[in-house]
Design a binder for this molecule. Structure first.
Ligand SMILES: [Zn+2]
Length: 93
């Protein structure tokens, strides 16, 4: 089992493709290797999503919903991609 772990040393931002160096410890950094700029962009977007959809982070279902948007934002999930392209038009539920 020769599993290379070199990716951990030079990560590439999954959103913009820039290489990431000296990433500060971030609980989500392993899941979504993102540069500081893109991560900041996501956190701004996340706040907007939370406001628009009235997500309560104390509720597991709401955290799960936000996770979906997070994955969509970083291009990992295609199901909700259209929301990302139309941030001013949140989906009605
Ligand atoms: Zn980036």
């Amino acid at each position: 089992m020769a599993v290379t772990k070199s990716w951990q040393m030079t990560k590439t931002c999954i959103k913009c493709g820039n290489s990431i160096e000296a990433q500060p410890e971030d609980p989500a950094a392993d899941k979504y290797p993102a540069c500081a700029a893109c991560w900041k962009e996501w956190t701004t977007y996340a706040i907007m999503v939370m406001n628009e959809m009235r997500l309560d982070m104390s509720l597991p279902e709401h955290r799960k919903a936000l996770r979906k948007y997070e994955r969509a934002f970083f291009g990992l999930e295609k199901g909700v991609a259209e929301v990302q392209k139309n941030p001013e038009k949140p989906p009605s539920h």
